[in-house]
Design a protein around this ligand. Structure first.
Ligand code: FAD
Length: 287
């Protein structure tokens, strides 16, 4: 099923997983997926080479298992920066052969080991290419606080509109820690004529080091309320985990009260986190 169809019927709830880095950890993704069966995902998306390196085969393998073994709709991420047009054609052919109908088309970041091919300079070119060569449903990324490389939100939203015009049919945001940033961004997208559904990306932060790394890379603002939690509980991993989950639940409930199109949870392959959030919101998301 094309995941864009889901928004006509409900508030969409999805989870993001990533392929484990080493072969020794390969089993952990299936343990995570076993846990995610219990938390009613409308779809699960599988990242592609996030943090550098290519693991296209792993993304395909996991997205295929999500769809056929776990019977949950899957979205395969695809990063254009270091792929040639021929490689993209091959990958979209493999997605189709494996029955995967949804792809999240990204530019990707230039990491030390990235060799840009020049075929896809920005994500809108990848979106247009996939649209031209397949009937896959195409998702794209967006940034409530602006993409770190762009010097103004207005320009970034103009670039985002190009992705929608090129054929993206739904958007997922970068995570944010202050919902007001999302509401402001949403209004700006509507004013710019972007009318496709936008899912709010929420990351339950359960580890101080990882949030600091991501904040640096993605330019996320850290609200005072959030920092108080990090400062107070950083020496107590269990308390920090539970406080981070509670903070995310608070964000999700507020977003649902605002009738957001959907929630996308960056659960870092941790079904415990997904379960805690799902249990807290299950009646609210259906209301
Ligand atoms: P683009 O939409 O191309 O935007 C990148 C920058 O270029 C922005 O600053 C934009 O304003 C600017 N821009 C766009 N078009 C133009 C133009 N025509 N002229 C001038 N400037 C322009 N990375 C991975 O490697 N693997 C993943 O699986 C992955 N999953 C992600 C999932 C989500 C939901 C999100 C939000 C991000 C994900 N990323 C992933 C990270 C992403 O690759 C990076 O954020 C990357 O820097 C930008 O990708 P993009 O597709 O948004 O790029």
């Amino acid at each position: 099923m094309k995941t864009s169809e889901l928004f006509k019927e409900k508030t969409v709830l999805s989870y993001e997983v990533f392929p484990p880095k080493t072969a020794d950890d390969a089993h952990t993704i299936y343990e995570a997926l076993d846990g995610l069966k219990e938390v009613a995902p409308d779809f699960i998306s599988v990242t592609y080479g996030a943090g550098g390196g290519t693991n296209c085969a792993k993304t395909l393998e996991i997205a295929t298992a999500v769809k056929h073994q776990y019977k949950i709709e899957s979205v395969a991420h695809l990063r254009g920066i270091d792929l040639s047009k021929q490689e993209v054609l091959r990958i979209i052919g493999e997605l189709k052969e494996n029955g995967i109908e949804n792809v999240l088309a990204l530019r990707g970041d230039v990491m030390p080991d990235t060799v840009p091919t020049g075929d896809f300079q920005y994500a809108d070119e990848l979106v247009a290419y996939i649209r031209e060569h397949s009937d896959l449903n195409i998702l794209a990324a967006c940034y409530p606080e602006g993409h770190p490389e762009c010097d103004s939100i207005a320009k970034d939203i103009a670039h985002l509109k190009r992705k929608a015009d090129a054929g993206a049919s739904q958007l997922i945001t970068q995570f944010f820690l202050d919902n007001e940033d999302f509401y402001r961004f949403f209004e700006q997208t509507q004013a710019a004529g972007i009318s496709i559904p936008i899912q709010a990306g929420i990351m339950p932060v359960t580890n101080r080091k990882s949030v600091e790394r991501m904040v640096k890379m993605c330019g996320i603002r850290l609200p005072k309320k959030f920092m108080r939690i990090m400062d107070r509980y950083e020496q107590n991993p269990t308390a920090l985990r539970d406080a981070g989950i509670a903070y995310a639940i608070d964000q999700v409930i507020d977003l649902l009260a605002h009738d957001v199109d959907g929630i996308h949870l960056y659960i870092m392959n941790k079904p415990y986190t997904a379960k805690k959030i799902y249990d807290a919101i299950r009646n609210i998301i259906m209301a």
